[in-house]
Design a protein around this ligand. Structure first.
Ligand code: ADP
Length: 492
């Protein structure tokens, strides 16, 4: 692994044709845990290159959609094997470029591998043979599935391998050509993933990589009439911009938008819960990956009878958290992604502290963290989720107390917020957990455990409302929205 710690990486747009090096578009990449440590550089795509990539993808689509699904799926399976073989390199790069703990990096690559194998298997089931439908005598009716056209896959920095790979391989295996737009902050690891995908046999005009500025590249991908669909993970605001741009196009077929966006994830703990277990699950849900997961816990509701005990244990657990270099196996919490993210979180912290809301905090050792974008995990007291203005995408937890007779109001307040991604409930009273789990409107409910870490094919992941459109990633229906159906009726 040491060999990947110092290597310099360079990336540029990967189009179906060769493009020239252009230093005027080159951006340096440095590590979030130490801004003095260079990782390499990325040449960002221009508007013209994004447009060129759309032309190429448009031409590639008919041939690719007629390529037998077995061949398409086999490329994903080879890609999975290659990513497994390159796990040490990819996880190290996730740490160096994205500030991820090495252990988070392992989970991340494993998830990408699982996506490839799961979607390959699912595609063989869905696309290989037409489904025969019952009909009148003298007639045969078949239902066939195929790709829709050109998909843009616009992905976030917080899962730069798993979500990035999952989106694009789903689109490709369903028979679409794909324009993959990684997040600005994590283009180097995206570039390595695509190089491995080419090694696995993916044609270079079927999947193209467009690293670059979100609005510049994104506006081409959401305004060109030949884009059939966009699969997006990121903020709710950006999803709305893309949605409006797609809708404003003239002479374009009605598009598909598959979006997985923000969350305001809550957990309700009643008085029968086990405080030690609650704290272990809360710490994991709120602070793992420095709280930079869509699924992370933001608002913890504690029933009055148990609240003081849980907060006391939580204080102790937070003091134990080790914050520092994500490549060090003893580290619990690494940096946040960049200075902009840190500044946003610090502004929130300042406001909460000024209001006297600080309940608990972890210790930052400046000798360890002084040159990186670190934020100490903290917990604040709030009255309820109603007071939360925006998702704080970092290691900040908010705690509200409730009386047993206020339970329905708490559930109503969480539902009224309109986000619906993950939710947790802790209680040893089964009728309580069943009632709460059934009333809450979210995509993923977790009972008596942490609320992060969905397993592909086992816990399909995705929300509703402001949190996304569905279908759920890693679920049996995900590929269906990338596909179109054709019914063939033959007079026999
Ligand atoms: P975050 O706030 O988590 O960085 P964003 O929604 O800004 O989330 O980013 C998610 C992805 O959307 C990134 O790949 C980013 O480059 C891209 N993006 C940002 N702005 C736009 C836009 N106007 N159109 C399309 N994509 C965009």
């Amino acid at each position: 692994m040491a060999e990947f710690m110092d290597r310099e990486y360079h990336a540029k747009p990967l189009l179906g044709i060769d493009i020239a090096d252009d230093d005027s578009q080159r951006q340096p990449v440095a590590s979030p845990y130490d801004r003095r440590q260079p990782v390499g550089s990325v040449q960002w795509a221009t508007r013209e290159q994004a447009q060129q990539a759309v032309d190429i993808a448009w031409k590639a689509f008919p041939r690719w959609s007629e390529t037998p699904v077995d061949e398409r799926a086999a490329i994903l399976e080879r890609h999975a094997d290659l990513m497994e073989n390159h796990l040490p390199e990819l996880m190290t790069l996730c740490s160096r470029e994205g500030g991820k703990l090495l252990t988070d990096g392992v989970d991340e690559i494993r998830e990408a591998v699982d996506f490839c194998r799961y979607y390959a298997a699912r595609a063989r089931e869905l696309f290989a043979e037409p489904t025969l439908l019952p009909g009148p005598t003298g007639e045969s009716n078949e239902l066939m599935m195929s790709g829709k056209g050109v998909f843009a896959a616009i992905s976030p920095w917080n899962f730069p391998v798993a979500i990035f790979t999952g989106q694009l391989v789903a689109a490709a295996v369903a028979g679409n050509s794909v324009l993959a737009k990684p997040a600005e902050q994590t283009s180097l690891v995206a570039n390595r993933v695509i190089e491995l995908l080419f090694e696995a046999g993916m044609p270079r005009d079927v999947v193209q990589l467009l690293p670059g500025d979100g609005p510049t590249v994104g506006s081409v991908l959401s305004s060109d009439p030949r884009i059939t669909g966009v699969v997006f993970t990121g903020s709710t605001d950006t999803a709305q911009i893309i949605n409006r741009a797609l809708a404003a196009r003239e002479n374009a077929a009605l598009p598909t938008l598959i979006a997985e966006t923000g969350g305001m994830n809550a957990m309700i703990v009643d008085s029968t819960a086990l405080p030690e277990q609650v704290v272990a699950d809360v710490v994991h849900s709120a602070f793992q990956s420095a709280g930079q997961r869509c699924s992370a816990l933001r608002v913890l509701y504690l029933q009055e009878d148990i609240a003081d005990r849980v907060i006391e244990i939580l204080r102790g657990a937070m003091e134990e958290l080790r914050i520092g270099d994500p490549r060090d196996l003893g580290t619990d919490v690494g940096p946040v992604i960049d200075e902009e993210a840190r500044e946003g979180l610090l502004a929130h912290i300042e406001k909460m502290k000024a209001e006297g809301r600080l309940l608990a905090e972890a210790k930052l050792d400046l000798a360890q963290t002084g040159n990186g974008t670190f934020v100490a995990p903290m917990a604040f007291a709030i009255d309820g989720i109603e007071s939360m203005q925006a998702e704080q995408f970092g290691p900040l937890l908010h705690i509200a107390r409730y009386h047993a007779d206020q339970l329905e109001d708490v559930i109503d307040a969480i539902n009224a917020k309109g986000y619906g991604l993950t939710f947790g409930v802790h209680s040893r009273n089964e009728s309580f957990t069943q009632h709460v789990a059934s009333r809450i409107r979210v995509g993923n409910v977790y009972v008596n455990r942490d609320i992060i870490g969905a397993v592909v094919g086992v816990q399909p992941f995705g929300g509703q409302g402001f949190s996304g459109t569905g279908p759920k990633a890693g679920g049996p229906h995900y590929l269906l929205r990338f596909a179109t159906e054709k019914t063939r009726t033959i007079n026999t």
